[in-house]
Design a protein around this ligand. Sequence first.
Ligand code: HEC
Ligand code: HEC
Length: 395
Amino acid sequence: MLKLRMFFIFFVLLNLSACLSSGGGDTASNTLTTSAATDSSGVAVSDTEKKSLQLSLGRQLFFDKNLSSPAGQACASCHDPKTGFADPNQSNPTSQGVHKERFGNRNTPTMAYASFTPTFTFDEKEQTYVGGLFLDGRAATLVDQAKGPFLNIVEMANPNKETVVTKVSQAEYAPLFKKIYGEQAFLDNEKAYDQIAEAITIFEQSSEVNAFSSKYDYFLAGKVALTDQELLGMQLFIAPNKGNCAACHPAEKAADGSPPLFTDYTYDNLGVPKNTKSQFLRQPKEFNERGEDFIDLGLGGSAQVNNHEYNGQFKVPTLRNVALTAPYMHNGVFSSLREVVDFYNTRDVDSKWAAPEVPENVNRIELGNLGLTAQEVDALVAFMNTLSDGYVVQQ
Ligand code: HEC
Ligand code: HEC
């Protein structure tokens, strides 16, 4: 987005500090077992204790491969911590369902840092949509999002909520669920399903998922130096007349010191080409009515917007852990970070790039002909390689 972005940055940071101060959870509660939401005498526990129990429950739900039909696929199957909470199977451009012959239409994004996403809204002042979960923002909040995958036929493929609730009621962590939500918790399917989603979001907000432990985080905290190449990459990333990346992927600490999330949560059409290798295009009619002609309209085609002025726009993704989450873009059309930067740099001046998947609304102002040298492209890639969590500072 070209318009003033400060408002969004401010908005995001408010959200960030809210999340941090409400103690989204922390790894210390890893060790918590089933100590008490009501103790043996039925005494209620504090909110903090409840949150710790919910974190433990949410983690177990997230990793439970039994919660698909047939069993075999967990949230973590597509959002693996080893690959930045994105899809570990990097050979498929889009995600493969529990039914192995089924493919979704989109590349699995990281779910790390997704909990900082503001609620989907139209900003009147900036005349733009902002926030929401999924690449087209169609789930307004994190809880809404978590209710989707269990019932999606090209993902975990359960026939209904009751199936999911029954599976949870038979899981080894069912007593923990009852401890938090009450002895009768499994009797009301609607309510129990909402509680499953809620517990998952507590895990999604935890420091296990949002570690802020990349080399760049330690650099911002003054604990480690970047190499000359990484520093050059950072400068190019921020400079409006060079990479200009930070115009959409903010990279600097906020005034209150909170770390950058590398997205302003707005939407854009970058003119990304169609991915003719996507298995989704060859899915049977019941999963893809339009077959090879399928075009992903993104925000413009989503039910809540349904307006061609936004066709081809996708949410700006975070770039945290991006080195671990290939392939790239909503349709997985690019396989390396170098290819992504090459595209930003030469989209409009090199005939090797195929036409945009959606030619309407392409952003021709902020990208497409950046004039970067090969060394500068490499430096931008080197900078993005500093954004992976789990960096160990050498003493
Ligand atoms: C089959 C692979 C698959 C499974 C299983 C799966 N996801 Fe996803 N996830 C995706 C894809 C693909 C998207 C993007 C879909 C879209 O934009 O339409 C996504 C999007 C998300 C997002 C939104 C990220 C953002 O920045 O907007 C979150 C959060 C998320 N998933 C969490 C979960 C949770 C929680 C579960 C388990 C209940 C789960 N996923 C199961 C593939 C999967
Ligand atoms: C005008 C806003 C904008 C600018 C400027 C911008 N990006 Fe992006 N970026 C986006 C959007 C939107 C997407 C998602 C597009 C899609 O999926 O079709 C994206 C996707 C990406 C991805 C893929 C992430 C993933 O998980 O698939 C990378 C990497 C990336 N950008 C890096 C950069 C770099 C490096 C620059 C500067 C050279 C830059 N961006 C400039 C908006 C922008």
